[in-house]
Design a binder for this molecule. Structure first.
Ligand code: COA
Length: 174
């Protein structure tokens, strides 16, 4: 029987992760079962203006993944395929939550293939209970004091609370 995904392989799981959610954790864990090594790479030069610095986002993911031995976390900038080649990765992992993700993901996967034909994109579906989740929603709830316990690990929730408390204190001083 031929193997769908060969062993001895490295995959990268890129994203903004601002902040990491249980949905991302779910996808990363699935990837870690399929690949020998998974590098979660935190994009620091996207068009987004993140709430958390690259280092903060890496630290939050590392804590969330601390029990999974074949996952590493790094920051990256530049073209994703260049980074993948540097890391000798054969696949890019992306989560597909709903049909609405498809068009954007399809475009990105084909663009990356055009840029480098040797790297394939592998789509993994997170558990259905996370399909509606994204980082913007989590930030929005936390900003207005809502409870995000169901969406992010406890240390991420604490960091969000501190971040918005600090921002309020700064605003108050203006
Ligand atoms: N659970 C919860 N949320 C999820 C999720 C999951 N399983 N999967 C995706 N999301 C959310 C993210 O939180 C994010 O939400 P937000 O928009 O509210 O922040 C959204 O879905 C999509 O973001 P993400 O998965 O982080 O991707 P991105 O679009 O921010 O980043 C890069 C995409 C970084 C991979 C891409 O821009 C890139 O490769 N950049 C490098 C430059 C490059 O090579 N460009 C050419 C590629 S075509």
């Amino acid at each position: 029987m031929s193997k769908l995904i060969p062993s001895g392989k490295t995959a990268i799981y890129p994203g903004t992760f601002d902040p990491v959610t249980y949905g991302h954790v779910d996808v990363a864990k699935r990837a870690a079962q399929l690949f020998d090594r998974v590098i979660i790479c935190v994009a620091v030069n996207t068009l987004k203006t993140p709430l958390f610095s690259g280092k903060e986002r890496v630290d939050l993911i590392e804590e969330a993944m601390k029990d999974i031995t074949n996952i590493e976390v790094e920051q990256f900038e530049g073209l994703l395929v260049d980074y993948a080649l540097k890391k000798k990765a054969s696949a890019i992992v992306r989560g597909l939550r709903a049909v609405s993700d498809f068009e954007y993901e399809f475009q990105m996967a084909l663009t990356n293939r055009k840029l480098c034909k040797d790297i394939d994109t592998v789509f993994l579906m997170p558990h259905e209970k996370y399909t509606y989740l994204n980082s913007t929603i989590v930030r929005e709830i936390a900003r207005f004091g809502g409870d995000v316990s169901e969406f992010v690990p406890p240390h991420v929730k604490d960091k969000l609370i501190h971040k918005f408390r600090d921002a309020k204190t700064k605003d108050g001083r203006k």
